[in-house]
Design a protein around this ligand. Sequence first.
Ligand code: PMP
Ligand code: GLN
Length: 387
Amino acid sequence: LNRRLAEFGTTIFAEMSALAVRTGAINLGQGFPDTDGPEEVREAAVRALRDGRGNQYPPGPGVPELRGAVAAHQLRRYGLSYDPDTEVLVTAGATEAIAAALLALVEPGDEVVALEPYYDSYAACIAMAGGTRVPVTLRPHVEGEASFRLDLDELRDAVTDRTRLLLINTPHNPTGTVLTRAELAAIAELAVERDLLVVTDEVYEHLVFDAAEHVPLATFPGMRERTVTIGSAGKTFSFTGWKVGWITSTPTLVAAVRSAKQFLTYVSSGPFQYAVAEALALPDEYFSAFRDDLLAKRDLLSAGLAAAGFTVFRPAGTYFVTTDIRPLGESDGFAFCRALPERAGVVAIPNAVFYDHREAGAPFVRFTFCKQTGVLEEAVRRLKAAA
Ligand code: PMP
Ligand code: GLN
C-alpha cells in the first residue's frame, strides 16, 4: 500500500457493520435505511431493466433523462439554473463525485480546507490527489440547544496562499449541523476574496428540520462559477446500494471532473439512472413526508439517548445524532464503540475517526436514526438498560 493511503486502513463503516453482523447488535453505525425507497421508483428501475434502457454503458455524462431531472430539481428547489448537457455530471454515488472532483481540481501540494469532523472519504481522496488537508474544527456549544458550530475566524485563518479549495458539507455528517445563511454568506465571501474553488457536499439537502433551511452555496454571489455541488439518490431516495450521485457546476468544472471520472468508473448504474430521473420529479409531498418521518425518528432517538445519560447534540439536519459520552463516565469513543455491541447490543460510530485532532473528537459518538421506529425503540431500551 502506498504512503498516501497507508494511514487510512479499513473504513470505520465496514468495521462497525461487520461488528454488528458478528454480534447480532442493532446497527446504528453505518448510515443506511432499513426500509427501501419508494415502490414506484423501484418499479421504474424494473421497467428500465426490462425495456433495455441502461443495460449497456450509458453515456459518459449520464443519461439525458437524469441530467435533465437533476437540472430541473436544482431549478425548482433553489432557483439554480444548470444546462443539463454541459453543467450536470452523473457519478457512481456522491463518493465518486468527491473523488473525481478532488482528483481533477487539486494539484500535488495544494491545501484543501475541510470542516472537521469530516466524512471519511474526504481525507482519503485529498491524499490520493496528493493534496494536504487543513481541517477547521467545528466546536461543540452546549449552552441552549447543543450544536457544533463553525468559527469563521478559524476558517479564515486556515486559508493560505497554497489553499486551492474549500470542501464544505452541509447538512453536516456526523454533527448534524446545518450551516446558516449568514455562515454560508461568509464562506462565499472568503472564497471570492481568496479566489478559491469550492466543493460542497449537499447529499443531505432534503433532511433539514425545524427552523433550519438548506441553502446551496452556489446560490451566493460569485459562487456559481467556482462551486461544484454534489448530490446523491442514496440519501434522498433511500437507495444507497444504487450508487447514483451527481454534480452540478460550470461547463469548465464539469468537464474537469469528468476527465477524472471517466478513468474511475467511466459510467455506472445504467437502469437506476432512469429510475432516479423519475424520483427527482416526485412531488414535493414525497420530500416533506421523507423529512417528517425522519424528524419523528430524530426526536425519538434524541430523547432516548438523553434518557440513557448521553449529552445529545440534536441535529438540525442529516440522519445522524452525535452524542457526548462523558456524562456516562466514559471519555474514549473508540473504546466505547468497540465495547457497546457486547455491553448493550447496539453499534455506533466513534466520531474521532473523522478528526485529525483526535483528542477534539474523542468523547463523541454518532448514532443513525434512519431505521424503523421499533428498531430505534429497542435500541433505546437496550442503551437505557446498559447505562
Ligand atoms: N457524503 C456524505 C456526507 C455522506 O454521508 C455520504 C454517505 N454516507 C456520502 C457522501 C456518500 O454518498 P454515496 O452513497 O452517494 O456515495
Ligand atoms: N455515508 C454513510 C455514513 O456516514 C456510510 C457510507 C459508507 O459506508 N461509506 O454512515
